[in-house]
Design a protein around this ligand. Structure first.
Ligand code: NAP
Length: 310
């Protein structure tokens, strides 16, 4: 339900790519902030955001955008957080909520917390929603609808501020879970980071494979490869930063993955079809659970065309 009075007087979005612009669209749709200040580092991206009418003011200086903002959301690749925290810290309004959308959480806390003043509320967050596209034009209002957003408040985070941020994300269409940052990083390492690493690797291997031409890879891609290429088309800067900043959790799940892969390798070598069949039946039921939970739709192409067009 659209609130009559906006939840926040002024929202500042630092970074206006896929996620920042989708927040702006959904915030306008839900009337969640009276003003939206947008900051990004390049005049080209800022101009694109302005043409799309995403905010009420546009800034190349982040410190100008956060002035008087009661909610600040950082929406840039996670490798850039420390510089931003240092820049905005002296200009934050007292009692402002400072949050983010970064795909890793411990590294974000490590980079930002030491620089932020005591009189603000720092509550990291991560919407589990996205596409392989980047930039302000790729955003859309329904991106967060029925998807989860994870908030990882610190031990001393103010309960009222956490509630208000929860309300904001619910207003954007999201469902909200609260989690410890360590747990978030482990869960996302298996559900998001490892799948991306596998996709980057398989597409790279196919590209390097002698004896199979690139035109054959493209021509016969609908046999499975195509689905990996979508993930492997994700933004290189963002994903480089994710792997460098969630190193421990990714290496942990990668170790488990390699052991399980060796088990499959052995089952194929020794023609142990029952082992393969047992695993493939188990994994099929996971897919069914995802559909039942409304996190994908049962349409050819995994419903992606539908989701983008919505
Ligand atoms: P994006 O579309 O590539 O946009 C990135 C934004 O960050 C742009 O405004 C860009 O500014 C700015 N930026 C890039 N590098 C920067 C730097 N070194 N210093 C300052 N600003 C910089 O990215 P996105 O997909 O919205 O991702 C933003 C954040 O959301 C990331 O932390 C990512 O982990 C997280 N996230 C992404 C997804 C996803 O599926 N994409 C999902 C959930 C969370 P200019 O264009 O002006 O250079």
């Amino acid at each position: 339900m659209t609130p009559k009075t906006p939840l926040f007087e002024k929202l500042a979005l630092i970074g206006i790519g896929l996620i920042g612009s989708s927040i702006a669209h959904a915030c306008l749709r839900g009337n969640l902030a009276s003003k939206i200040a947008i900051a990004t580092r390049s005049p080209e991206t800022l101009g694109e955001a302005e043409r799309l009418n995403l905010g009420s003011s546009y800034h190349l200086k982040t410190e100008e955008a956060v002035k008087d903002a009661d909610l600040v959301i950082i929406c840039v690749p996670v490798g850039a957080y420390e510089t931003i925290a240092k820049t905005i810290a002296p200009h934050l309004k007292e009692e402002a909520i400072v949050s983010d959308v970064g795909s890793v959480k411990n590294a974000v806390i490590r980079q930002m917390k030491p620089h932020l003043p005591e009189n603000i509320h720092f509550i990291p967050g991560h919407p589990i929603a996205g596409t392989e596209y980047s930039g302000p034009s790729s955003g859309f209002a329904s991106l967060f609808d029925d998807r989860w957003t994870i908030l990882t408040p610190l031990k001393d985070s103010n309960e009222k501020a956490v509630q208000k941020l929860t309300q904001f994300w619910e207003g954007l269409g999201s469902k909200v879970d609260i989690m410890d940052a360590n747990h978030h990083d482990l869960v996302l390492a298996i559900t998001s980071h490892l799948p991306h690493l596998i996709a980057y690797n398989i597409v790279g291997t196919a590209d390097d494979l002698e004896g199979v031409t690139q035109s054959e890879v493209i021509k016969y891609s609908a046999s499975g490869f195509r689905d990996f290429t979508r993930i492997a088309a994700s933004d290189p800067t963002m994903w480089r930063d994710i792997f460098l900043h969630n190193k421990d959790a990714v290496l942990e799940v990668l170790g488990r993955f390699s052991e399980d892969l060796a088990y499959l390798q052995r089952a194929i070598r020794w023609e142990e079809g029952d082992k393969l069949f047992e695993l493939f039946s188990r994994t099929r039921s996971i897919r069914r659970s995802i559909l039942e939970a409304g996190q994908d739709i049962d349409a050819p192409d995994f419903g992606r065309t539908k989701q983008k067009d919505d």
